[in-house]
Design a protein around this ligand. Structure first.
Ligand SMILES: [Zn+2]
Length: 141
């Protein structure tokens, strides 16, 4: 199978440079703040991660998921992904919530069909992709 078509999970890092309010479907209103939004999602449908990420890369498209509303007014800074099981999606959401500076901008965002408080977090500064312990281990810090 084409590796890009394999299923998996991902984190979209979206850079926001504006303030304002953005309605997110029926969920409520997101008060935009400059910084970075991290959104955790999964792609287990046809086309796998590749198809889903290509969709996120397009700014203009029908508004289907909560994230589509936010994507309209932000730019993609980075994408982390892994081929793995669905449960990893919720574990990553829990991990992100514990990173220094993590804030929940709108409870329920992206988590309508799971038990997580949210799949969207806001950070003023983008966290390092590798923890300090890893950087020390690699001698990079
Ligand atoms: Zn979840």
């Amino acid at each position: 199978m084409n590796p890009a078509a394999r299923p998996g999970i991902y984190v979209l890092w979206l850079r926001c440079t504006t303030e304002g309010e953005r309605p997110i479907g029926r969920l409520g209103t997101l008060v935009l703040q400059p910084g970075y939004y991290a959104y955790v999602g999964s792609a287990f449908g046809p086309g796998g991660l590749g198809a889903r990420i290509r969709r996120h890369l397009r700014k203009s498209k029908p508004l289907h998921w909560h994230i589509d509303h936010l994507r309209r007014v932000t730019d993609i800074e980075a994408i982390w992904y892994a081929h793995g099981s669905r449960s990893l999606e919720h574990r990553w959401a829990a991990r992100l919530s514990r990173l220094p500076g993590a804030r929940i901008p709108l409870p329920g965002f992206g988590s309508s069909d799971c038990r997580c408080a949210t799949h969207l977090f806001h950070f003023e500064k983008m966290p390092q992709p590798f923890g300090e312990a890893v950087l020390r281990h690699l001698g990079l810090e």
